[in-house]
Design a protein around this ligand. Structure first.
Ligand SMILES: [Zn+2]
Ligand SMILES: [Zn+2]
Length: 326
C-alpha cells in the first residue's frame, strides 16, 4: 500500500505505467446506505457505534460511511492511450458519490455505464448523469452508452420514460435531460460485450429466487469479477469464476449484506465466506454492507481468517482505489 491508500493487485506497482488502470469503489453499502437513518433520528442507548461514527469523520477518513454499491473502472489500454471511465450502477446516492470521489480521484467524466439490474439502489441516479455530461439546453450531445438487459430496459422505460422516449409531443418544450444510448446485453456468459474498449462477460446470478441479476467478469491480464447482488450462484457462473473451473480470479468483489445469519435476496457474511472458499480467488473485497459491519473491527477478523485460509479477504470502503493491470 502506498501513502494514498493505493493497493496494487497482481504484483503491479501501486504507481507507474504497468498499472495505469484502476478500480475506484464509489459505493460499498446496502440499498438504504450507511449510516442508517433510524440510528440517527431515533438513537438507541447506547447509540449504534457505526452510524454514530459514520457522521463524525470526513468521508476520506471514514470507511463506515457507505453509499449504494457502485464501481468506477478507470481503464487505460496497454498502449498507454486515453483513459476511459466505465461506471457500474448509478444508485440513489450517485450525486453524493460524484461530489466526494470524482473530485478526490480526479475523474473528469463517464464514458459508459453498465447496469447489474434495475433495483432502486442500482439505477435511481440516472437522472443525475446529466450533471457529468456536457451542457446543452437542446440535448445536442453524444449520448453515453448504457449496457443493460432487456428486463432492466423494460423497467427503466417505466421509471424514466423521459430518458427513453426521445420524440417530443406536439407543443412540448425541450428540457435538458440525461442523454443515453441504450444497448441491450444478454444474461449469458457466452455473450460478452465491449464497453469503452474493455470486454465484459455477464455473470448471471440469483438475487432472490425470482430474480436474476448480473455480475461481470473483466480484465485480460488481471481477472476481476464484480458481483454486487447475489443470493445464490448458478452452477454455470460458479464454474466460470472458480479456480477448479474456468478462471481463477485475481480479484473477486462480492456482496455481503449482514454480519450474521442469512437473507432471501443477498449473501450475508457466512455465505460470502463460504463462496470465497469454494471459488478460491487470489484476493477478495466485500461490498454491500449494512451498519452491522464495523470496518476496522471486521477487517481485523478477516485478516485472521485470511491467514488461516490463505486468501486475502477484506471489506472495501467508499473511495478505495485499487491500481490494477487490466
Ligand atoms: Zn446504525
Ligand atoms: Zn437489488
Amino acid at each position: 500500500m502506498d501513502a494514498a491508500g493505493n493497493v496494487a493487485v497482481n504484483g503491479s506497482p501501486a504507481k507507474g505505467a504497468a498499472a495505469a488502470s484502476a478500480l475506484i469503489f464509489l459505493g460499498t453499502g446496502c440499498s438504504s446506505a450507511v449510516p442508517n437513518a433510524m440510528c440517527l433520528i431515533q438513537p438507541t442507548n447506547p447509540p449504534c457505534h457505526v452510524c454514530h461514527q459514520s457522521m463524525s469523520l470526513p468521508p476520506e477518513r471514514n470507511p463506515n460511511y457507505r453509499c449504494n454499491t457502485s464501481l468506477l473502472i478507470d481503464y487505460c489500454s496497454s498502449d498507454g492511450g486515453e483513459h476511459s471511465y466505465i461506471l457500474i450502477d448509478v444508485g440513489k446516492t450517485f450525486r453524493e458519490q460524484v461530489l466526494r470521489w470524482f473530485t478526490y480521484h480526479k475523474i473528469p467524466r463517464v464514458d459508459s455505464i453498465i447496469l447489474t439490474h434495475e433495483h432502486a439502489d442500482a439505477v435511481l441516479g440516472l437522472d443525475d448523469i446529466r450533471a457529468v455530461q456536457p451542457h446543452s439546453p437542446i440535448n445536442d450531445i453524444d449520448p453515453t452508452p448504457i449496457y443493460l438487459t432487456q428486463h432492466s430496459m423494460d423497467s427503466l422505460a417505466v421509471k424514466f420514460p423521459y430518458l427513453v422516449e426521445k420524440k417530443l409531443k406536439e407543443g412540448q418544450e425541450v428540457r435538458r435531460v440525461t442523454q443515453l444510448d441504450w444497448r441491450i446485453i444478454e444474461n449469458d456468459s457466452k455473450k460478452p460485450f465491449v464497453a469503452s474498449g474493455l470486454e465484459f462477460v455477464p455473470l448471471p446470478v440469483m438475487h432472490g429466487e425470482d430474480y436474476v441479476s448480473l455480475g461481470f467478469l473483466f480484465g485480460e491480464r488481471s481477472k476481476v469479477a464484480y458481483i454486487s447482488d447475489v443470493s445464490r450462484f448458478l452452477p454455470v457462473t460458479e464454474n466460470y469464476i472458480s479456480k477448479s473451473g474456468d478462471h481463477q480470479l485475481d480479484l473477486l468483489i462480492l456482496d455481503t449484506l449482514y454480519r450474521k445469519g442469512s437473507h432471501n435476496t443477498h449473501f450475508c457474511f457466512p455465505q460470502s465466506l463460504d463462496a470465497v472458499k469454494k471459488l478460491q480467488p487470489k484476493r477478495v473485497l466485500f461490498i454491500g454492507m449494512t451498519h452491522e459491519f464495523d470496518h476496522h473491527k471486521d477487517n481485523e477478523f478477516l485478516a485472521e481468517w485470511s491467514r488461516r485460509e490463505g486468501i486475502q479477504v477484506e471489506l472495501a470502503h467508499d473511495g478505495l482505489r485499487i491500481p490494477i493491470d487490466l
